[in-house]
Structures are given as structure tokens and as C-alpha cells.
Design a protein around this ligand. Structure first.
Ligand code: NAD
Length: 368
């Protein structure tokens, strides 16, 4: 069989259940290599607490350079109680921040999909969430988490003042808006842009720039502007009104967690962080489940690998141009859920409990 071109993927399992869930992704990559004659070349590296244990830093330069050279980075999770008291620069999360910052991953994509098979896991009524499929695009490298000046300083009357600055430039807004419009182009052609233009100048600029991008480049996309607080309410009242939501770093942090909870389980939620395309159309990217390292269940074979497997599916779709393979994988996950197989976190009456690796094997058995 003819082999297609080599695709370089870096796997960073990290801490806790990270190694278990990325282990299942590895099995799927091997399946594609063997059965579909794809040529994924995987390398692995240490990040987070496991890197600190060996190298006294959460990510080494060697691993960082591997990330720079790969077409997609797939990360498990980092952190755990063992490293909670380390000084800030050595903490496991610093590895993530470094990767996001240095790879210039400015757009964070968080799909919130409510699988019909798991509709009971949501705290909302089934008719509100069943079949939900929205994509939240959060700006990831600007806004109030990075703006200057910042800090805590003493003021005249003996009090202290905490300061953070919310600021955005036109180009920061335009590039993330384009990501949202491009996604909507392949989905239901609807973008909702959220800010607080009623009280914030940066929100006014956000609204104006997003509108300009739509008018100039995406006339066929329906654009709605919504205040972020209203969006928080609408997500609970009628989430299916949304297709793609684009918003800044702070509001995106909150709204994407809210949307995630509409779907019921952390173990099912993937994410992608994307950078800018270079002149050859190449883009840096990192894919990771939304959940953390789950120290309470690490090593017990109970972790749900679906969030990581769907993160790999996003990598196939957005970084590797392998949409057919991504569809194949997404459908395999659906079929396993149809068959009633569940890891402990999504188990309900009448369904069959399976371990992390049994879930991975079942998904592989449904791949075509
Ligand atoms: P968590 O997401 O690790 O766990 C929250 C709860 O959800 C736990 O009960 C856990 O058992 C369960 N859970 C999470 N993922 C699961 C899965 N795939 N299958 C089944 N159950 C799952 O959040 P936490 O407990 O607040 O944090 C634990 C550690 O993870 C902390 O050190 C935190 O800093 C870190 N963390 C890392 C990331 C990341 O790497 N991106 C994200 C969040 C938290």
C-alpha cells in the first residue's frame, strides 16, 4: 500500500490520569497507521509534575522544541496535590502557559456537544440540551489576564489596590473573529459575538471589529452581538439558539465552562488551541481534554478517555486536514455510547461499566 506523508504528532501525557487517557489515543493512532496506511509519527515528552520530578522544571527546552516542530501537540493533563506548594514558576500549570504563550495559541475552541445517549447526565431538561452542538471560541492570549499595568500596590490611606487591565488591539480581535467565521462557514453559518460594550470601551472596539470582519469577508454568515451577561443566561435558557460563540479571554473562560456543564460530564469534553497560519498555511496547535489530572481516580483504570480521543479527532480535523478520519472516529464514539458502554463517570442504570482501556478498545472496534 502507498503510504501518505508523515505527520508529526507530539504526545504529552502529563500527570495523573493523563497517561491513561493518552494511552488510549496512542492505540487509536496505531490503528490508523496500521489499517489506514497513515503515517503518524509520534514522539512523547514529559510535562507538568512528572517533568518537575525528573528535571526540576515543568517543561524542558527539549520538549518545548519538539512541540515547535510538531504538526499537533496532544496533551493529557497536568497537576496534582504533590506539586501544589511549589513556587509559581515551577508549578505544573506553567508548562501549559508556556506552551500556549510561546506557540502563540490565540484561539481556544471548546465544543459543547450533548450526546443524545447521555442527555440524562445534564442538569438541564432533556428537551433543552438534547442534540446540542455549539462551539465556543475564546481569545486566549490577550485581555485582562495579560494586560498591563497589573499588580497589587499600597495606596495613600493604608489600603491596597489590586489592578488588572482589560485591553485588546484591533488585530487581536480580528484574528480570533476570523477563526470563528471560518468555523461557522463549515457549520450552521451563525456567529454570536459576546462582550460588554455597554460598559467597556474594549467591548465597543470588539463589537466594531467583529462586525467589520463579517461585512468585509463573511457576508453569508449571520452575526449577532450579545452582551456577555445575557449570553450566560441564554446558554441556560435556550442553548440550541447558538452555533459559534466568539468572545474574549475572560468571558470565554466563564462561558465555556458554563457551556461545558450543559453536557453533563467533564470526561467527554475536548478542546483545541490554535495559532496563526504561516505563509505555507501551517498552524501551531495544541489539543487537550478540558478535564484535569483527576488525582482521585488516577491509576484505577476508571478515567474516561473520550475527551482525549475527541481532542485527537479535533487535531485530525483542524491541524491535519483529515476530516474523513475525524468523522470516522467521532462516529465510533457515538456507536460505543449507543451500545450502552460507559466509564464510571457517565454510568447510569442499565448500562455496562467499562474501564479506560476497555472503552478505548471498544471505540477502536467501531472504526471503519
Ligand atoms: P479534574 O478535572 O482533574 O477533576 C474533577 C472531577 O472530575 C474529579 O472527581 C475527577 O475524578 C473527575 N474527572 C475528571 N476527568 C475525568 C475523566 N476523564 N474521567 C472520569 N472522571 C474524570 O479537576 P480538579 O480535581 O479540580 O483538579 C485536579 C488537578 O488537575 C489539579 O492539580 C488541577 O490544577 C489540575 N487541572 C489541570 C488541567 C489541565 O491540565 N488542563 C485542567 C484542570 C485542572
Amino acid at each position: 500500500m502507498i503510504k501518505i506523508k508523515k505527520r508529526k504528532i507530539l504526545l504529552l501525557p502529563g500527570d495523573g490520569i493523563g497517561a491513561e487517557v493518552i494511552g488510549e489515543v496512542k492505540k487509536i493512532i496505531n490503528w490508523f497507521n496500521k489499517k489506514k496506511s497513515l503515517d503518524f509519527q509520534t514522539e512523547e515528552g514529559l510535562v507538568g509534575g512528572v517533568s518537575y520530578e525528573k528535571h526540576k522544571k515543568p517543561i524542558t527546552d527539549e520538549v518545548f522544541y519538539k512541540a515547535l516542530e510538531s504538526e499537533a501537540v496532544i496533551l493529557g493533563a497536568v497537576g496534582g496535590p504533590k506539586w501544589d506548594n511549589l513556587e509559581f514558576s515551577k508549578r505544573p500549570e506553567r508548562a501549559l502557559l508556556k506552551l500556549r504563550k510561546e506557540l502563540k495559541l490565540f484561539a481556544n475552541l471548546r465544543p459543547a456537544i450533548c450526546f443524545k445517549q447521555l442527555v440524562d447526565a445534564s442538569s438541564l431538561k432533556p428537551e433543552i440540551v438534547s442534540g446540542l452542538d455549539i462551539m465556543i471560541v475564546r481569545e486566549l492570549t490577550g485581555g485582562i489576564y495579560f494586560g498591563e499595568p497589573r499588580g497589587i500596590k499600597p495606596i495613600e490611606n493604608g489600603e491596597r489596590k489590586g489592578i488588572n487591565t482589560h485591553s485588546y488591539t484591533s488585530s487581536e480581535i480580528i484574528r480570533v473573529a476570523k477563526v470563528a467565521f471560518e468555523l461557522a462557514q463549515k457549520r450552521n453559518k451563525k456567529v454570536t459575538s459576546c462582550e460588554k460594550s455597554n460598559v467597556m470601551e474594549a467591548g465597543v472596539l470588539w463589537r466594531e471589529e467583529v462586525q467589520k470582519v463579517k461585512d468585509e469577508d463573511y457576508p453569508n454568515i449571520e452575526l449577532k452581538h450579545m452582551l456577555a451577561d445575557n449570553c450566560a443566561m441564554q446558554l441556560l435558557r435556550d442553548p440550541k439558539q447558538f452555533d459559534v460563540i466568539v468572545t474574549d479571554n475572560l468571558f470565554g473562560d466563564i462561558l465555556s465552562d458554563e457551556a461545558a456543564m450543559l453536557t453533563g460530564s467533564l470526561g467527554l469534553l475536548p478542546s483545541a488551541s490554535l495559532g496563526a497560519k504561516d505563509k505555507n498555511g501551517k498552524m501551531r496547535s495544541m489539543y487537550e481534554p478540558v478535564h484535569g489530572s483527576a488525582p482521585d481516580i488516577a491509576g484505577k483504570g476508571q478515567a474516561n478517555p473520550i475527551a482525549s480521543i475527541l481532542s485527537f479527532s479535533m487535531a485530525l480535523r483542524y491541524s491535519l486536514d483529515l476530516d474523513k478520519e475525524a468523522d470516522n472516529l467521532d462516529k465510533a464514539v457515538q456507536k460505543v455510547l449507543d451500545d450502552g458502554l460507559r466509564t464510571k463517570d457517565i454510568l447510569s442504570k442499565g448500562k455496562k461499566e467499562v474501564s479506560t482501556s476497555q472503552m478505548g478498545d471498544a471505540i477502536i472496534s467501531k472504526l471503519k
